[in-house]
Design a protein around this ligand. Sequence first.
Ligand SMILES: NC(=O)c1ccc[n+]([C@@H]2O[C@H](COP(=O)([O-])OP(=O)(O)OC[C@H]3O[C@@H](n4cnc5c(N)ncnc54)[C@H](O)[C@@H]3O)[C@@H](O)[C@H]2O)c1
Length: 449
Amino acid sequence: MSHELSRREFALSAVAAGTAMAAQTSAGVLGANERLQVGVIGVGNRGRELQDALKAIPEAKITALCDVYDPFLQAAKDDLGGNVATYKDYRKLIESKDVDAVVIGTPDHWHALQFVDACNAGKDVYVEKPLSLTVKEGRIMCDVAKKTGRVTQVGTHRRSSKMYAKAAELVRSGHIGHVSVANCYHLQNETPMGMGKPADSAPPPGLDWDLWLGPAPKVPYNRNRCLYRFRWFYEYSGGQLTNFGTHYLDIIQWALGQNAPKAVMAMGGKYAVQDNREIPDTMQVVWQYDGCIVTFSQYNANSAAGNPPHAETEFRGTLATLYTGYRGCTIEPQRVRYREIPFKDPRDRKGSNGQYGALKPSGVEKSEIKGGATNVDHVRNWVECVKARKECSAPVEVGHRSTSATLIGNIALKRGKVLEWDAQAERFTNDDKANEMLFYQYRKPWKLA
Ligand SMILES: NC(=O)c1ccc[n+]([C@@H]2O[C@H](COP(=O)([O-])OP(=O)(O)OC[C@H]3O[C@@H](n4cnc5c(N)ncnc54)[C@H](O)[C@@H]3O)[C@@H](O)[C@H]2O)c1
């Protein structure tokens, strides 16, 4: 028997020896010029974007691919010139000694299982947002990552953007004054027919529908429940609130310097789009943070844009409003009062300032921060941190907190009441039924190790 451990064996033995040691393992064993061997699980819409990002990073090399839908797996393999191992069952990919780290681009209901299995196998992980389908899964993912000493990145890629970092820093530092309101939007007119109402049918050739469902309840195949469109069904996703909302709440929590709300309420329903979706086409969520309320507006029956049109998120400060969007960030100054609001006798008809008195510029300049966010920057941050055994820009704990805020918004909608949130205990303090929604029973034989 050889006394020389392979790179992978050494990493695994070190993980077994404990977290502190594990934190140095892969870094120690991956030489500065060695390429990180990456396996991609789920090569649909997002998986292929992440595959493109990995191809642009010389320090990484894709050695394995996995998907339960053969045509997508074949297309991803062809894209790499065919020189890559392929799997239908992610557990086999995770076992491979030619895989140091995995990228998870599967639907949300798979994230927890695949992430936990990968960590336990000693692989570092990049997992797409939203981190999980339920809050409890997210907490388990954080605990397992910590215990196994894995380097993790959640796909909230705005965290690796200089523009978003600058915007968050300006808000946190008080540049725009006290921010008492932050709003974010998902606007898209999908009326009248949305995705339509296709009948249940046999799955398309090459799709393992049972493996696609995994821990979710067994139901007949329906085109709208599967590729990409799973977002509109609660058994696989939290809808647009967790899909887009996690990106936005991530920026908002970062900018406010807070990692959780104290309370949440939501209203909405399926009012206008006539398809077989479960999630609302119209929804408004309100969170209470320290000194600030935050809202998410999901309007899928009207798409009229806000101000400026590209903005996804707005921070309303006492001195200025800061808008962030995928194509830039703008700061619009406020005009402010410089003395107490005077009492004006209504019999005095002179002057034009009514009861409120004159305003003056706040002193904040109108300005723009150019830029956006790219997948390559975020994936590169992960690859570099894996090699250096450093914390990424969006580690699992951060992704968990950003995802949790949105997940509890969906619970508030289902419960139809204001829910108080104990962020430390990750439980509601005023509704036992809501606490039951923090996890769901997996379909056998799936369970979180
Ligand atoms: N960060 C971002 O901006 C961003 C953008 C798009 C999607 N996403 C996230 O990426 C994830 C995937 O979304 P999508 O739009 O790519 O969906 P998709 O349906 O296009 O792709 C998912 C792929 O996973 C495969 N899959 C399902 N179960 C699997 C399993 N057990 N093992 C291996 N493969 C499996 C499917 O066959 C499919 O090819 C979602 O969580 C979504 O929220 C993130």
